[in-house]
Design a protein around this ligand. Structure first.
Ligand code: PEP
Ligand code: MN
Length: 357
């Protein structure tokens, strides 16, 4: 059971509520939901929701049977804009996250970072702890590679994120990153989700290739329940009977989610297609469908990379794609988030939802 508190519930009111709950023999975890506070009961209770709703400071009791109450609440609250440094996703901002599949030498990474920034990226992404289907494949450059990416990110002026694959990486590497990716294969690694959430940094949660939307949102609920609502969902393709592409990009999930929840939705056409020649068309479809961001793998010399060479988009194609995307965004009344330029308070685009209301 989740108690959503009144928007003006003060700290003393929240402590009184905790005390009232313990007097009833109940324990609860305090959770933040944007500007709001909520309490998630951690002990079972037979008390009717109506009695709990009458406690001081409580606005509503969220239904017990719903597995994704906190995620659904983000819609009611008017949506979440996730910020990572100067990069923004949601609330009328569309952001491009781009970079190599895996972090290589510092020079190679810096060259890619400058190229993707020039094309319009607001954040850099590269893998250092890689999840590979084969144990014989390259597993990533680890902490050394992460430090290289941190230096490049600061020199170039782009916030960056990378995938964590093990809860132990949070204490070793959490301080360095601006955001964390949870990869498709770890979507339901709940101890990892909880540990990463506690870092309090933005999290990009990729959909598992076999997961239904409800399972994906339940995974996001774990992060929100751990007190972190800076969550961006990332569609990256699901399994289909066909093998003409690596995965079937579920573009329909973008408008579907945007009509039900307030978390930003990104699309990764690179891992879906597995072929760079298909990436621009899929990316355009995703933005036209309302995606709040794109995750694209790009590389100026794919033949030299150790991972996912076939899907690495050449920088010239990325630039051409982004010229088109800027036009699409204009039609939608949305803006491209620019990692290089801190958007000022009076430079807010209108939220498409607010504009059409
Ligand atoms: C990746 O983003 O580098 C990756 C391996 O993607 P996914 O987890 O979607 O397979
Ligand atoms: Mn990759």
């Amino acid at each position: 059971m989740i108690l959503l508190l009144q928007s003006d519930a003060s700290a003393p009111q929240r402590s009184r509520l905790q005390a009232a709950l313990s007097a009833l023999g109940l324990s609860a975890d305090a959770v933040r939901l944007g500007e709001r506070h909520a309490m998630v009961l951690t002990s079972p209770t037979d008390l009717p929701a109506d009695s709990l709703a009458r406690l001081e400071g409580v606005e509503r009791v969220l239904p017990l049977e719903q597995r994704t109450s906190l995620v659904s609440e983000t819609f009611r609250e008017g949506g979440t804009t996730v910020s990572m440094g100067t990069a923004r996703f949601g609330g009328g901002w569309m952001g491009l996250i781009a970079g190599p599949c895996t972090v290589e030498s510092e020079e190679a990474l810096e060259q890619i970072a400058r190229l993707v920034k020039e094309a319009g990226a607001c954040a850099l992404r590269g893998g250092v702890f890689k999840v590979r289907t084969s144990p014989h494949s390259y597993q990533g450059g680890g902490l050394d590679a992460l430090q290289r990416m941190h230096r490049v990110s600061r020199r170039v002026g782009l916030p960056f994120l990378t995938e964590f694959t093990d809860p132990r990486q949070v204490s070793v590497a959490g301080e360095l990153v601006d955001g964390v990716q949870i990869g498709a294969r770890h979507m339901q690694n709940f101890p990892l989700l909880t540990e990463v959430a506690a870092l309090g940094k933005p999290i990009m949660l990729k959909r598992h290739m076999g997961a239904g939307v409800d399972e994906w949102l339940s995974a996001a609920e774990y992060i929100l329940k751990a007190g972190n609502e800076q969550v961006v969902l990332c569609e990256r393709g699901v399994r289909s009977p066909d093998r003409h592409v690596r995965f079937l990009l579920d573009v329909s999930v973008v408008p579907y989610l945007k009509s039900r929840i307030g978390l930003p939705v990104l699309v990764d056409p690179s891992h879906a297609a597995g072929d760079w020649r298909l990436v621009p068309a899929l990316a355009k479809a995703a933005v036209a469908a309302g995606a709040d961001g794109l995750l694209i793998e790009a590389h100026p010399a794919p033949e030299s990379t150790r991972c996912d060479a076939s899907q690495a988009l050449p920088p010239a194609d990325l630039r051409a794609l982004m010229t088109y995307v800027r036009e699409l965004l204009k039609l939608d009344g949305r803006r491209l988030s620019d990692g290089a330029l801190a958007p000022s308070a009076d430079d807010q685009p209108s939220s498409p939802r607010a504009a059409s209301a």
